[in-house]
Write a protein that binds this ligand. Sequence first.
Ligand code: NAP
Ligand code: MG
Length: 405
Amino acid sequence: MDKIKMTTPLVEMDGDEMTRILWQWIKDILILPYVDLNTEYYDLGLNHREETKDQVTFDSAEATKKYGVAVKCATITPNAARMPEYHLSEMWKSPNGTIRAILDGTVFRTPILVKGITPYIPTWTKPITIARHAYGDVYKNTEMQVSAGGKAELVYTDKDGKETRQLIHEFTGNGIIQGLHNRDDSIAGFARACFNYALDLKQDLWFATKDTISKKYDHRFKDIFAEIFESEYKEKFAAAGIEYFYTLIDDAVARVIRSNGGYIWACKNYDGDVMSDMVSTAYGSLAMMTSVLVSPTGVYEYEAAHGTVQRHYYKHLKGEETSTNSVATIFAWSGALRKRGELDQIPELMHYADMLEKATIQTIEDGVMTGDLYLLSSLENKRKVNSREFLEEINTRLSALMQLK
Ligand code: NAP
Ligand code: MG
């Protein structure tokens, strides 16, 4: 069989620890036998970030802007313990944070459903994708503890030096205050990323805030979404047969629980933080979750939602067997290759990506799985395999599916 050719390089961002091991194995076992892989390689492993003073992270993000699609392995965000372990000259920032800031993206996370692993909410038969706004609100706040007898005011000084003041509260006892902000351009970017992604997936988009209580702040989010929808997306949504639906956040929570899934739920920063943990836990595990960063200009970076699985890596280094779940990393590759295939109009590449995902799900539904899923699965004939055997089992099914064509 001829290997599938690619026309544009995919930006490949290698990473750390156990996921770096899986990265190489996925390529060797599942990709290179089928695809004449054309990537522009950036090593975001912590050693190379240190060697380049983190320049490699910036370069990889710029390359993503240039080519449009990247696939990223999980990376270490250094903390104090990593300084001596990797002989670091600086506590380098989270690569995900750096890339997100450069691409100005929104992160979309979707659970991967398989038979035998039932969500805690049994009616959720289709996935719920959470889109989290990744700028501002309480994550860029200013706060103070204050003592009795004073007053707190909100003061805005405009560019001509004119002040506008509003009383927040006159404190008769001790208390606390907090200042939040967001920017119209960031909210608009978030809205466009969500509308585009809904069109991509052909799924309804839900958005919710507390605009009845927050008549200026949350209301601004609602208005910006509504304006952009009316002027840029209304017709496209109608043509795709999908809906944009706005409601109050408490109403949204109630509807989400009663729903069957199958839509995208756009959340403000804090709501997205909290609700994505609830949704991913209810569906099973972070290793069964796809994650993609989408910029308002339509640049895509596919990744796994979990970390570098440090504990398994130390076992691996000691020569002990591991049973690490590679599904999220495989889906990062299939997502990126499919998107490359769509943009470059290579149907064979899109088909390969579909078959890779199908073979992965089939393997687990045949009862062959890693330890984390073995604990969750209700299948009777289930069998736990090690990290490498799992990939080989997937390849047995993938090669059969690829020959069917
Ligand atoms: P983690 O890598 O997500 O792993 C935490 C635990 O979750 C593991 O010890 C394992 O549990 C389980 N787990 C996670 N992924 C798994 C998988 N694919 N298969 C099987 N089990 C899995 O989080 P961490 O150990 O707290 O963080 C390690 C490093 O990852 C840190 O340096 C952090 O900065 C980084 N990180 C990177 C990203 C990213 O790049 N996207 C995201 C988060 C964290 P058991 O030990 O019980 O088996
Ligand atoms: Mg959280």
